[in-house]
Every structure is written in C-alpha cells, then in structure tokens.
Design a protein around this ligand. Structure first.
Ligand code: 1HN
Length: 348
C-alpha cells in the first residue's frame, strides 16, 4: 500500500519498471507472438554463373594460408549480421586449387559438402581420408577433425552446409585448431563408405552412432543409380516430385540430428502443387532449369544455382522443360524442428 502510493504516474511506473530490469508484456505480446511464423529471411536465388568467376578470382589472389577456408558465403539479404543463409542454416561455395591444403580444425557445428565441380581432392575426417568427386555428398559431423587436400589437377568447388547459426543461437559453439595442421591417415581410405554399403549390411563390431551417420561419403555413382532406378516408375509426391533422403544406416533417419539432406527429382514438365512447412529449405540445382515460386517471389534457377525457401512460406516447384528432368540436392532443419515438436505443414 505504502509502496504503491510513492508512484504518482504511469510514466513513473514504466520508468521504474525499466530501472528494475522489467518490461510490460502487454506492449510486446502482439509482436512476440504472431499468429503464424514470419521468417526474417527472404526467398533468394544465388547465381552460380555470377559467383563462379569470383571463386576463381579469390582462388588466384587469396592464398589458402590466409583464408584457411576459401568460402563464398551465401548470405540472405535479410540476415547479414550475423551472416546466415536461412535462420538456422548456412550454405557457402568453397574453392580449393590443385596442391592446396586447408588445415585441420573442428567445431561443434555439423557440416557436410556436396561436390559441385572437380575430382581428386579428399577431406580427412577423424583420420579417414574421404575422396571428393563431382556429385558426392560428404559428412563432417560436429567435433570431428577435418582438413582438405586437393590431389587433382583442376579446381574443386563444393557447397558447404552447416548448422552454425543454430549452434550460435543455442550458445553451444566450441572450436579448435588441430596442432599439426594436417591429420595423418589412421584407417584405410574411404573405409566408412565401403563398410556400410549404405545401410544394408552394418558392421556389428563398431559402436552404433544413433546421432550421426558414420558414412563419410555417399558417392554420386550410387545416388545417380538410385535416381535412375526409379525415374520412370516412382509416382513421387504432387508437391515435391521424387525425393530420396540420405540416411543414417543405424536408424534409417536423417544423417545429422539437425539437418536432413536429400536428392529431389522433378520430372520433365513437373508443375508442383503449393505447400508450406515450418522447416526452411536450401536447394542446390544439380541439373536442369526451372522456377520456384515462394510467396510473392519467383526464383528462376539453373544448374549449380542455390535457392533458399524460408520456413512457413508457401512454395511450389516448376520444371519448365518438357524433355529434361531437374535434380536438386536439398537440405533443411527439419530433424531439429521435428525433434522439438515444432513440425507443421500445410498442403494445398
Ligand atoms: C568450415 O569449417 C568449413 O571446414 C567450411 O570446410 C565452411 C563455414 C563457416 C564456418 C566453418 C570447412 C565453413 C566452416
């Protein structure tokens, strides 16, 4: 009673509340709790044709020793600082020249690579040399040591995907530089890929990893064989065409706890129905050309471009060609969203 009487106006009350470290929820309720998600990120298409000459420029002018990782970040126009491609996801193009060595390090963030161009490089992941060739999909799960070396004779370019925006949002990021720069091989080259034959025969003497797939490389030869085997038969979805998920052989689920990585084929003339879902999606065009309409934005894409579809925006894919299919490599934060119980979708 006596305490209340010392405050003589609303203004004084609000000022005093702020001085005490408080704030009135009733001023923020509408903005903090919108009816449905409104992603800060915007739909966007990054043109490979425009970025590739810049990759060449920096490959020529920026020594790998100065860069550590020569990565052109794909920054969403609305997510500049800190930079991200979508709210919880990062994508970038990395370029490595013949003979170059990117030193070993490790970080909490999970990473993967989809090889856009080139042959003959390898990444060493916790002592296993994993070869990198066009179309291959490689995993570097969180806290694994990794360095890259290019033993071939043409530049390599690959798409890096990481969940570091999520790691930083959760404030759980650790990072370490490897003491000797380069790891020594500890096991035969490509062992993890050979050992699992993609989940049909699992080695029971090894420790099952239920969090990350243990496979270092999902080679393009096998991905393409899977795509071709079903190309003329699979009905696919009316929304997304034919979608195959890279899987963890121990669980059958996503390769990483935070990200789902997939190959998606839109048959010639495919015109998808619109849908929306809470996870955001990043797609790298492997072949073909077409259009993705996201909300009011039309993204025209062609080979090697990257597009970003923010969560809960209505989208649909169209393959404009009547004769050629279109294939995407895609990744999303769907496993993180599902495991927290936040997955929703709306199919039109
Ligand atoms: C990283 O460590 C790599 O190891 C690539 O190749 C891209 C982007 C942000 C932070 C760390 C790599 C990265 C990265």
């Amino acid at each position: 009673m006596s305490l209340v009487s010392e405050i003589s106006s609303d203004k004084e009350a609000y000022d005093e509340l702020a001085r005490c470290g408080g704030a009135p929820l009733w001023h923020h309720l509408k903005s903090m709790f919108s009816h449905e998600p409104h992603s800060t990120a915007v739909p966007f298409c990054w043109s490979y044709e425009k970025l590739r000459p810049l990759a060449s420029y920096f490959a020529e002018h920026l020594p790998i020793e100065d860069a550590q990782r020569r990565v052109l970040m794909l920054v969403n126009p609305q997510l500049q600082d800190p930079p991200a491609t979508l709210g919880s996801l990062f994508a970038g193009f990395q370029v490595l020249l013949p003979g170059e060595q990117a030193p070993a390090h490790r970080h909490t963030a999970n990473a993967f690579r989809f090889i856009t161009e080139g042959h003959g490089a390898y990444t060493t992941v916790d002592g296993e040399r994993v070869p990198m060739n066009t179309g291959d999909f490689l995993l570097t799960a969180g806290w694994q040591w990794h360095d890259h070396y290019h033993a071939g004779d043409q530049p390599m370019v690959w798409l890096d995907g990481l969940d570091f925006p999520l790691v930083n949002m959760l404030e759980v990021g650790f990072y370490e530089q490897y003491p000797d720069g380069v790891q020594k091989p500890l096991v035969p080259e490509g062992l993890s890929t050979k050992q699992f034959i993609h989940g049909r025969l699992n080695p029971l003497w090894s420790e099952p990893s239920r969090v990350n797939s243990p496979i270092g490389n999902y080679p393009w030869t096998e991905t393409n064989r899977a795509l071709e085997a079903i190309a003329d038969h699979a009905e696919g979805s009316e929304y997304d065409g034919t979608v195959l998920e890279y899987s963890n052989p121990w669980t059958g689920g996503s390769v990483l706890p935070t990200m789902s990585c997939r190959i998606q084929r839109l048959k010639p003339g495919f015109s998808g129905r619109p849908r929306q879902q809470t996870p955001g999606i990043i797609a790298h065009v492997i072949r073909g050309e077409g259009t993705t309409i996201v909300g009011d934005t039309t993204l025209n894409w062609k080979k090697n471009d990257v597009i970003a579809i923010p969560g809960w925006q209505k989208y649909r894919h169209i393959n404009d060609s009547k004769t050629n299919d279109a294939v995407f490599f895609t990744f999303s934060n769907e496993p993180a969203i599902r495991s927290l119980g936040f997955y929703r979708e709306q199919l039109d």
